[in-house]
Design a protein around this ligand. Structure first.
Ligand code: NAD
Length: 581
């Protein structure tokens, strides 16, 4: 597109310079003008090709063709285990081993294959479709070539690309922020020149992020941050678009690191080398430090999403070992306030029902911890008619729970009568053997917190408790007395193990990641030092505004007098950094 045309498009879609750094250093990011009607024919033609969820004002002038939603069987959730649960797998493996020994004599155990087959038959999806023993052959030992004769990728089965593309299209419909970013910034290509090595879950939603980065001008190479969570057909769809992607389900640890090295193009045939990193869990960053530290000389920065990865980056920063600027996406307002609260609100009931088919109305539930996650869980459980108790250590959160209409109790007061126990504290040992022992028969025990420390699962592996695999992620624990309780996902984070994650929420986080990359890529020397930064608040606000049109929400604009009165700018930021929302 010529620069003239580009300017035209820029004006039509209302792009303005938003200063993110000092006054002379401004980065062009698209400014939302929700009230503008876009009538430039070129714009319309390129937008309409890619419009699935446009702002309502655009709908007046654009023909929007929503790809039909197909009733598609869900992919197996079996592998969607959080990164941290993989990290904790050594602990779990020890526990499993103990259980295995025990189960040889005491339990009826389904093999993994049997469990998978049961799930597949429930879902009507054959994960091994088109292959006899696909999982047995490492993709590294297969010829990898797509229909364009492109070979720089490694996926389970390129033949499944078409199916993966449909999955990506479904995700696109629920990811308005990323799609809007594409449309609004595609002409400007703010990531032109960016070479991004990425390491994230490979799902339909992250595929939308990857393809957005490419549409904004970036060159990318990608691998998975989790050995289980890759949607193979999505990886195939990306490979079919000539995107160098290295990822499949059930990677061995050795394959996992090999894929990361490929995402960095180590020993590659070209001289491509990344100048940005997008990481989820810190493994790619860690790999660079360990195997190719020189790469940091040419890196403009790293954007990190996970708690674990951020923790590592802060550790490096404290010891002056961080040699590039890092953007902490995990603690941006648009992550914590939406991911923790709304994600859990949307998925706690889905998870419980998938696992247990339980009727929830009228059930007595105790939620341990009334932070963001606990609040989200309580909101939706209340909506379906549960009787809710909350436990808290913090008087402020306890008071919030009281004023939201929940009874704040000590666990001991209700443990014998409750039907469901949900931990959401981020703490350890919240539910112990002594608690479990007091539960009534049929009680369901589960965790919504990040790690499997909240329920002391190891103590439940006592020799006189019989473990029985009932369904995928569901186990019966029978005590000597004959009492039997239900444990979900062995105490791991329930919704990530047993349910799907709303694409809309991922759109918010992914938009933050994309803007973090744009910001770091354009930052003039000196703006960011070798430290860990939060995304500027203006960016947070921008990410939120990208998602408002999906609700046909109309923001009120401040007038000059009001701006002066409040001492803020018309275009934000609207709140000081300490504001808690
Ligand atoms: P938070 O800090 O806002 O809330 C945790 C609450 O638990 C706090 O109010 C704290 O006072 C309370 N608490 C701590 N120990 C307790 C105890 N022994 N008994 C009772 N209450 C106790 O954190 P959050 O944002 O709500 O996150 C909670 C956990 O969920 C974290 O591990 C987080 O990483 C995880 N998380 C899960 C998801 C998900 O999808 N399931 C999403 C985001 C975060």
């Amino acid at each position: 597109m010529s620069s003239e045309n580009s300017d035209l498009v820029k004006n039509e879609i209302g792009m303005k310079n938003l200063s993110l750094g000092s006054k002379n250093e401004s980065l062009t990011i698209p400014k939302l003008e929700t009230s503008t009607h876009h009538q430039n024919p070129n714009l319309i033609s390129y937008l309409s090709n890619y419009s699935s969820l446009d702002s309502p004002s655009n709908l007046n002038t654009l023909t929007v063709n929503f790809p039909p939603i197909q009733q598609r069987p869900r992919l197996s959730d079996k592998h969607y285990r959080s990164k941290e649960s993989r990290r904790n797998s050594t602990i779990i493996e020890g526990v499993k081993q103990k259980r295995k020994e025990h189960s040889n004599t005491n339990t009826q155990k389904l093999t993994d294959n049997q469990q998978q087959k049961t799930l597949d038959s429930v879902n009507g999806y054959d994960s091994n479709e088109g292959s006899d023993n696909e999982d047995d052959i490492s993709p590294r030992n297969k010829e990898q070539v797509n229909k364009n004769k492109f070979t720089d990728f490694c996926v389970r089965n390129i033949e499944h690309a078409e199916h993966g593309r449909k999955e990506i299209e479904i995700a696109e419909q629920e990811m308005p922020g990323l799609m809007s970013l594409r449309r609004r910034a595609e002409a400007d290509k703010p990531l032109m020149g960016a070479k991004i090595s990425g390491c994230t879950h490979i799902t339909a939603q992250t595929a939308v992020l990857i393809e957005t980065l490419i549409r904004l001008g970036a060159e990318v190479r990608w691998s998975a941050c989790n050995i289980y969570s890759t949607q193979n057909e999505v990886a195939a769809a990306l490979a079919q678009e000539n995107i160098p992607i290295f990822s499949w389900t059930n990677e061995t640890d050795e394959e996992f690191w090999w894929c990361i090295s490929k995402a960095l193009n180590m020993n590659g045939s070209s001289d491509w080398s990344p100048n940005m990193i997008l990481d989820d869990g810190g493994d790619l960053t860690y790999y660079c430090q360990k195997h190719t530290p020189n790469i940091f000389n040419s890196l403009k920065g790293v954007v990190e999403e996970s708690v674990t990865g951020i923790h590592r980056l802060y550790q490096l920063s404290r010891t002056n070992a961080l040699t590039i600027p890092a953007m902490n996406v995990n603690d941006s307002v648009t992550k914590t306030k939406f991911d923790n609260l709304y994600l859990c609100k949307e998925s706690v009931i889905d998870s419980l029902k998938r696992c247990t088919d339980a009727m929830l109305g009228g059930k007595q539930v105790v939620v341990c911890g009334y932070g963001e996650v606990g609040k989200g869980c309580c909101q939706s459980l209340k909506a379906v008619g549960c009787v809710i108790y909350v436990t808290e250590i913090d008087p402020i959160c306890a008071l919030q729970a009281c004023m939201d209409g929940f009874k704040v109790v000590r666990l001991e007061e209700v443990i014998k009568s409750v039907d469901i126990i949900i931990t959401a504290t981020g703490n350890k040992g919240v539910i112990t053997f002594e608690h479990a022992e007091k539960l009534k028969t049929g009680a369901i025990l589960c965790n919504m917190g990040h790690s499997n420390t909240e329920i002391d699962v190891a103590s439940l592996h006592q020799s006189d408790i019989i473990w029985e695999d009932v369904r995928l992620n569901v186990q019966h624990l029978t005590f000597r007395s004959g009492k039997r309780i239900v444990l979900i996902a062995e105490g791991r984070i329930m919704n990530l193990c047993c349910s799907s994650v709303p694409s809309f929420i991922i759109s918010i986080t992914a938009s933050t990641q994309a803007l973090g990359l744009i910001d770091l890529f354009h930052a003039p020397p000196g703006r960011y030092k070798n430290d860990v930064y939060l995304l500027p608040k203006k960016m947070d606000e921008y990410v939120a505004s990208l998602h408002l049109p999906a609700f046909d929400a109309h923001l009120t604009e401040l007038n000059d007098e009001q701006c002066q009165f409040l001492g803020i700018n018309k275009s934000g930021p609207f709140k000081p950094n300490y504001y808690r929302y």
